[in-house]
Structure formats: structure tokens, C-alpha cells
Write a protein that binds this ligand. Structure first.
Ligand SMILES: Cc1ncc(COP(=O)(O)O)c(C=O)c1O
Length: 396
């Protein structure tokens, strides 16, 4: 599919074809270019490539044909002008924020963040003289009040990890832009199938490709998407010169992952919805949150900004950590882990894993109780999963 036509086809078609750079052998499946470097016909050609006067690859820390195919496919799917792949989701988050700020600047972020993202905002940025303010992402007044003359960027994830709150992306983007700042959205939980932050006004979207994009538990990866101007100004040089590059092998796995993304995420969303229906009235469950349900606290915002529900369900087991651990240990099929978005159904106890660094007070503020678990639907038969969950609840 020529680059100029990348937005012509429907999303599912782009996931299969966009970005492909077919070699002289005419392969159907994208080639895996396991090469660090490239050779040139002449010294003049080499010099022209380095000067950027001739298009082409130079060195795999900068780019590689397999990685470029992944970036092209992601950009086409997201309808973004530009994309840059990174070694992990955290490399993408860190570069998208660090690339925009200098000592003396200020960042505002929702406090409902994945633990490592919160560490970057709260601990890492201040080490380099960049102040940060955490706000309740659901409270638009707090975003407005946090703005300072030196505020450069806002950062949020929605749905949030692990409580599945829905933050109003368009409204936060307006506040950011009124303040002369940008908005970066971590779209991992929504997936590119169900939510398009750039279309809602965000300036940059980041993914942990480790999750649904691979979707089969095989490799780490990340990606940063935005306008050509945003990527060139804030991200391009930082990635080239500091080197959190994606391996070509991982790019190849992720390209194959993208081909089936819509099938997997649709199925996982249906399964998560079925699990939420099966568990919501259970006497041992005190609270259940699922973004596709009409009783979700931000259902109206979800309806406006998401095209589907979620592959995740969060629920609280009566009896705190002891009961939650009894429940987890009684599961036979669903794996206990910190990960999500896999073909295999997975379950997480955030208070002792992804959010263990926070104080009990900070967790309470976020609604992460000791009884809370986060379920990530896989591709198994939904009835087997419901049976596993109900059986383990008997033991809780
Ligand atoms: C919301 C969110 N953002 C970013 C990341 C980081 O991704 P990675 O593990 O690929 O570095 C994760 C990982 O769990 C996540 O859940």
C-alpha cells in the first residue's frame, strides 16, 4: 500500500497492509531485517544519506526496515502523521515527556497513572529541574488550577490503570491548549481500536505495544504517535541520540500482532463484558467497574470518546487482601501476573504489584483497595473463564 494511500482503507485493512516495504523477492509476509547497518554503492551515496539528502536507512539505532514497517502500520491505523517505535512502553512514555521539557518547566498529570508512569512524573522529572503536579484526572477544575506560566505538557491515561476511570480527553486537551501546553495520552487500556486520542485533541499518543498490540505475551515494545511537527520537534533526536530503539525482531512480532488486533480486542471486549455481567451481582464482590456498562461512573464520557468497552474488568473482593489472595490462589485457568492484553486471561492484584510503591493513603485516594483485582480477558471460551472465576470466589 503506497504511503500516500495509507488512510484510504478501513482500519482493519490498514492493520494488515499498511506500512509494508516489500523487498525485491516479493514476500507476502513482512521481511525480518536482522541487520544493524547498511552499505552504500559509493562514498558519495553514504554521505548523502547521512546528510539526509537521500532517503534510506543508515543505522538500526535510527531506523530499520522492519521497524519502519511497524511504525508505518501504527501511524496508518492511528491516522497519525508520524510514529516512532521504542524498546518498551515506558521508553515511549519517558521520551514523549522528557523530549518536551527543559529545566524550569512544569508538567501536569493525572494521579491515576500506571505505577512506573507516576514514578517518571513524580520522581524522575524533578531530578532534572522539571516540576510536576498530580491532579485528580476526573476533576477538570484541578487541571485548570494546576496550570502555571511554565506548564509545557499534560499527561493522562484513560481508562486508567487499574480502576478503569474514564478521563474526558477532549476537555483536558482544551484546557492544555488554552494554557499553551500539549496533551500526551497513554492509550494502552483503550487500545487503538476503541479510542483515538489524536482525533479527540491530544497532541501525542503513546502505547505499550507489549500489551494488546503483541497480544500474545512474546515481546516488549512501545510507540509514540503525533504530527510530523511534534515528532520532529520533541521525539526524533532524543530517540536517535539516546537509543531506546525497538529490536527488528520485536517489530516483526508486533507487525504480525497488528494483523489480528481487531479480532482479538473485539473478542476480548465481548468476553470482559460477559464476565462483568456474570460477576456484578456476586455477594462476595463489593464493587465492579467495567467501562462498557451503563452503571460505570463516567459512562457518558465513555460513550462520547470510546468506540467499544474494555478488555479489562476491575472488581473488589470482600475481605481485603487475605480474601483477594485466597481468590487468586484458587484460580485454575487464569494466570496471576502484572501484565494484560494477552491471549491468555490474566489477573493482577494492583496493591501488591503495579501500585505497591504508593503509600496506603495514596492507594486509598485512587480507589485501589487491598481487595481490588484487575482481570484481563484473553481468548479462551468465556464460559470457562466465568466458571474459573466463580469457583475461585467460592474459596475467597
Ligand atoms: C498504562 C500503561 N502504560 C505504560 C506501561 C508500560 O509498558 P511496558 O511494560 O511495555 O514498558 C504499562 C505496562 O503495564 C501500562 O499498563
Amino acid at each position: 500500500m503506497p504511503a500516500s494511500e495509507k488512510h484510504r482503507y478501513r482500519p482493519e485493512t490498514r492493520l494488515v497492509h499498511a506500512g509494508q516495504l516489500r523487498s525485491q523477492f516479493g514476500e507476502t509476509s513482512e521481511a525480518l531485517f536482522l541487520t544493524q547497518g547498511f552499505v552504500y554503492d559509493t562514498a558519495e551515496q553514504c554521505a548523502a544519506r547521512f546528510k539526509g539528502e537521500e532517503p534510506g536507512f543508515v543505522y538500526a539505532r535510527f531506523s530499520n526496515p522492519t521497524v519502519a514497517m511497524f511504525e508505518g502500520r501504527m501511524a496508518a491505523f492511528e491516522s497519525a502523521e508520524a510514529a516512532r517505535a521504542t524498546a518498551s512502553g515506558m521508553a515511549a512514555v519517558t521520551a514523549s515527556l522528557m523530549g518536551q521539557v527543559r529545566a524550569g518547566d512544569h508538567v501536569v498529570a493525572a494521579r491515576q497513572l500506571f505505577g512506573s508512569c507516576r514514578w517518571v512524573v513524580e520522581e524522575l522529572l524533578p531530578r532534572f529541574g522539571v516540576a510536576s503536579t498530580l491532579v485528580d484526572g476526573l476533576d477538570l477544575a484541578q487541571w485548570r488550577q494546576a496550570v502555571r506560566p511554565n506548564t509545557k505538557t499534560f499527561f493522562l491515561e484513560s481508562p486508567t490503570n487499574p480502576t478503569l476511570d474514564i478521563i474526558d480527553i477532549a476537555a483536558v486537551a482544551r484546557i492544555a491548549h488554552d494554557a499553551g501546553a500539549t496533551l500526551v495520552v497513554d492509550n494502552v487500556f483503550a487500545t487503538p481500536l476503541w479510542q483515538s486520542p489524536l482525533a479527540l485533541g491530544a497532541d501525542c499518543v503513546v502505547y505499550s505495544a507489549t500489551k494488546h498490540i503483541d497480544g500474545q505475551g512474546r515481546c516488549l515494545g512501545g510507540v509514540i504517535l503525533g504530527s510530523e511537527e511534534f515528532i520532529q520537534k520533541h521525539v526524533h533526536m532524543l530517540l536517535r541520540q539516546t537509543g531506546p530503539s525497538m529490536s527488528p525482531f520485536n517489530a516483526w512480532l508486533l507487525l504480525k500482532g497488528l494483523e489480528t488486533l481487531h479480532l482479538r480486542v473485539r473478542r476480548q471486549t465481548d468476553t470482559a463484558a460477559a464476565v462483568s455481567v456474570a460477576l456484578v451481582e456476586h455477594p462476595k464482590i463489593t464493587r465492579l467497574v467495567y467501562p462498557g456498562r451503563p452503571d460505570h461512573p463516567q459512562a457518558a464520557i465513555a460513550g462520547r470518546q470510546m468506540r467499544g468497552g474494555s478488555t479489562l474488568v476491575a472488581f473488589e473482593i470482600q475481605g481485603g487482601k487475605a480474601a483477594a489472595f485466597r481468590f487468586l490462589n484458587a484460580l485454575e485457568l487464569i494466570g496471576i501476573t502484572n501484565n494484560l492484553g494477552d491471549a491468555k486471561s490474566l489477573i493482577t492484584h494492583p496493591a501488591t504489584t503495579t501500585h505497591q510503591r504508593l503509600t496506603p493513603e495514596q492507594r486509598a485516594e485512587l480507589g485501589i483497595s487491598d481487595g481490588l483485582v484487575r482481570f484481563s480477558a484473553g481468548l479462551e471460551h468465556p464460559d470457562d473463564l466465568v466458571e474459573d472465576l466463580l469457583g475461585a470466589l467460592d474459596a475467597a
